[in-house]
Design a protein around this ligand. Sequence first.
Ligand code: CUA
Length: 325
Amino acid sequence: MSWKVDAVYFYLSGVTLFFTLLISSVLIFFVIRYRRRSPYEIPRPIAGSHKLETVWTIIPFLIAMTIFAWGARVYFQQYRPPENAVEVYVVAKQWMWKIQHSTGQREINELHVPVGRKIKLIMTTEDVIHDFFVPAFRMKADVIPGKYTSQWFEATKPGTYHLFCAEYCGMNHSGMIGSIVVMEPREFDNWLSGNTGNQTPAVAGQQLFQSLGCVSCHGAEGEGGRGPALVGLFGRQQQLTTGQTVKADEAYIRESIINPQAKLVQGFGPIMPTFQGQISEDQLVQLLAFIKSLHAPGAQPAVPAASPAATSNAPANTPSPAKPR
Ligand code: CUA
């Protein structure tokens, strides 16, 4: 991925360099060629040329469009995570990066990943805007309060890479640094198994689901009741009372917990209380992971189970079978 970003960068630099040289040499040439030769010289009047103007409008336009199309292509590849990526949750706060793997391991200011696996980061912050920046991966995205941003990467070489916060976020902004540790798959499995003892976010979310009383309306297994069913909800289109439909993605689920009245599901009244201020970003992430884990019976999970053994790497374009819509 990084070489694709570099290619656009070098193309841009090349275009810039070419025109800088072209314009300055033509400028110097004209200055000499058309200099004033005698104090009484009167230049010939010039009426302009439509042909010339058309040419120097269309050529730069075409060049600008190649930059646009190429840049957009790389941008969309970078900000649309593939379906089979392993999910990692990132919660930023002044001044640290809190990271949790979908297998439960937690880390601070460090992210261990195996080489050659696609990793999708689901990021949010407890306080101000931060920015998750890994120069070696050409990867950078703002982490914004009240919403989830995603980016993904696939590390191709083992090693330790710098992680920076790239958005001024207060006194210790410059100290909000960490590292991405890329390991061989076998080493990574050892690391994973040596770091157990944490519940997976989905299991922690299930316990929250009970302790917060969500079960009384959404059912013990998320099967629904006075509140909408949650089984198979993630990724589906949800019909609202307004007649609109909305895709049940991370942002929608988050909003429905924080501000349940914002998008009421068709057939249900505005009876759910808000959980704004009552649960932390970490807990929100756990509830989200739990709701994502509630698949309709018989359906395949949209995200491969991140078991330590599953180090094999399916091609990016493999469609996940029978994904509930
Ligand atoms: Cu966090 Cu700068």
